[in-house]
Write a protein of this length. Structure first.
Length: 329
């Protein structure tokens, strides 16, 4: 029986850490998510490597449910560019995910190649291949358990639980395809094709394959500027993901006007997402906030995400290079 608010607090903290252990050691994992999907294109689909033609550097930061004990923080950085001699793009993607304030950490390093083929004067296809090495580790010293709790003085005892975990590393492979014109695009990606083992204890815990389908369009509206391009465009989008028993459907709409982008997404049964982005020359910055609509409600404080992108100049291409007409956030 809980005798004080302090005991309730420490028990809740212990429960939070226990859930992290269960998720990280014995259950099937689920990939971290970024809700600024197109502000982290290589993470979404390896076929996006080189789609901006010139060198591009992208950085992303996400803090999910900061009001809960053991918040989830994910960061990523990527570089990609088109290479004429390879008729495609090359990319490098690094991600780091931590749960429980560094209790469970996952780091991945991926190399990506995408091949581009023009199907017609108005439609092109890119096929991307991704090879990844990941390492997952558990810091047992940061875990707390119920047998450490004194009803009055909190966590003062040593646990009788036997330390487990440590770290595990493995190779992983993914692929994607992207079809696009000057107006619309459609893509599909399959991550973790070999479903590698990521168990931190004796036994096998496969990383489930993740399937992603996405599509959208860029529709110009209003008056055109002095260079003949519309200053305003709307971009409806849909994205579907499935990983093991986890499924989600995302419906979104972006509005671009000059250097400003505003967007809203609805993630079914989970959250509304509001986004604002700004572009100045070759630099882009975006911020988004997930408003939780599930049973967790406002107790999570939502999720905050920041993206930054730097686009470098390069020598003009002799023949026309078709850029994907997808949102930048």
């Amino acid at each position: 029986m809980i005798t004080s608010m302090k005991e309730w607090t420490v028990r809740r903290a212990a429960l939070g850490c226990a859930l992290i252990v269960i998720a990280g050691i014995s259950a099937s994992a689920q990939d971290p998510q970024f809700t600024q999907f197109y502000a982290n294109p290589l993470y979404l689909n390896p076929a996006f490597a080189g789609t901006a033609r010139c060198p591009r550097v992208v950085m992303n930061y996400r803090n999910q449910w900061p009001a809960l004990t053991g918040t989830f923080v994910t960061t990523s950085a990527s570089y990609d560019q088109h290479v004429d001699g390879l008729n495609g793009g090359l990319g490098l993607l690094v991600t780091h995910d931590q749960a429980g304030k560094g209790t469970l950490n996952t780091t991945t390093v991926s190399g990506i190649y995408s091949y581009q083929q023009a199907i017609s004067r108005k439609f092109s296809v890119k096929v991307g291949f991704q090879a990844t090495y990941f390492q997952k580790s558990l810091d047992w010293s940061k875990l707390t358990f119920g047998d450490q709790i004194d009803p009055r003085r909190g966590f003062i005892y040593q646990t009788n639980d036997v330390p487990r975990g440590g770290s595990v590393g493995n190779a992983d492979f993914s692929a994607g395809v992207l079809g696009y014109s000057d107006v619309f695009f459609v893509g599909f990606a399959a991550h973790h094709l070999t479903e590698p083992n990521e168990s931190l204890i004796v036994g096998t815990s496969k990383l489930p394959m993740k399937l992603t389908g996405h599509a959208g369009a860029a529709i110009p509206i209003g008056m055109k500027g002095k260079y003949g391009e519309a200053r305003t465009r709307i971009s409806p989008n849909v994205l579907y993901q499935q990983q093991a028993a986890f499924r989600q459907l995302n419906l979104g709409l972006y509005v671009d006007h000059g250097p400003i982008t505003a967007g809203v997404w609805y993630r079914t049964r989970d959250a509304f997402i509001a986004l604002i982005g700004f572009q100045a020359d070759k630099f882009k910055f975006g911020y988004s906030y997930d408003v939780t609509t599930s049973k967790l409600t406002t107790a999570t404080a939502g999720s905050h995400e920041i993206s930054m992108q730097l686009q470098f100049n390069c020598k003009p291409k002799k023949r026309r290079f078709r850029v994907v007409a997808c949102p930048t956030f």
